[in-house]
Design a protein around this ligand. Structure first.
Ligand code: SAM
Length: 265
């Protein structure tokens, strides 16, 4: 990798600390039925470790300059499918289906500029991996794991915590990367939960959460002015709240209950 010119625009901060790689690996459990997807293989520092423990690994890398390095490093593994493509443009449903494995684990030292786009791509394609193990910017990790009523709690927090049990595993200092980024990072695990809503109710839930947080400082009365506010007042009352509440003070269960109620009325 000598002389490689890292592209900031592609979020290229490669993990060079083997202790952190070991720590990430110790949090990944796979079996004979598990497909692992890695997004942003870089020069393959994590990729080789993943290839050595899993039945099948699919890794994506957008930067064509890394292809020969990756091919060389992965040549000894017959279970790896390297896809040199923008992950956001890939037909992941077909790729996953073709592997015919029942479990899915997604691992990534994420290119930070598209952290949420990558997670959203799975949800929008109705693909819910059994586990995500993701390195992300500490700030984004704090948002995803924020408690209700705090300033970091937002629509992404609510949506992701509806689908997943999310844990902050450990913070990673910026010096563990090359080149050194401007921010520290955190490794997050997200384990799939049993969902409490039907498909139709979920559609209401996702829209409700988005609409409720439309303008963060505004009350539900303001943000949900296109909803039947009488109905909203009834269900909020049942939850011990009223229309003057802000979205950041509603728990995930509150949003679930409101969605069920709206679906039935
Ligand atoms: N996994 C490597 C590691 O841990 O050292 C590299 C991680 S680096 C933070 C992110 C990688 O994602 C870079 O190699 C970058 O080129 C790649 N990348 C950026 N955008 C991408 C995209 N849309 N699709 C696939 N890979 C992407």
């Amino acid at each position: 990798m000598d002389g490689f010119k890292f592209k900031k625009s592609l979020g290229q901060n490669f993990l060079i600390d083997n202790n952190i790689i070991d720590k990430i690996m110790s949090n990944i459990v796979v079996d004979e039925d598990t497909l692992v997807i890695e997004i942003g293989a870089g020069s393959g520092n994590l990729t080789c470790n993943l290839a050595s423990i899993c039945k099948k690994l699919i890794c994506f890398e957008i930067d064509g300059r890394l292809e020969s390095t990756l091919k060389k490093r992965l040549a000894c593994y017959s279970n790896v499918n390297l896809i040199m493509q923008d992950f956001l443009k890939a037909d992941i449903s077909t790729i996953i289906e073709n592997c015919n494995l029942s479990k899915l684990v997604v691992v990534s030292n994420l290119p930070y500029y598209i952290t949420t786009a990558i997670i959203n791509k799975f949800i929008e394609n109705n693909i819910f991996p059994d586990k995500f193990l993701l390195m992300m910017q500490l700030e984004v990790g704090n948002r995803i794991t924020a408690n209700v009523g705090t300033k970091n709690y937002n629509s992404l927090t609510v949506c992701l915590n509806y689908y997943y049990n999310i844990n902050k595993l450990f913070v990673v200092k910026r010096t563990c990367f090359k080149p050194i980024p401007n921010v520290d990072s955190v490794v997050i695990s997200m384990n799939k939960k049993i969902r409490k809503l039907s498909k139709d109710e979920e559609a209401i839930f996702l829209k409700l959460v988005r609409d409720s947080f439309r303008q963060k400082r505004k009350t539900l009365k303001n943000n949900l002015d296109s909803y039947d506010l009488n109905l909203m007042a009834i269900i909020l009352n049942k939850l011990g709240k009223d229309l003057s509440v802000r979205a950041e003070n509603l728990t995930i269960d509150d949003f679930v209950e409101i969605s069920k109620f709206l679906f039935n009325h």
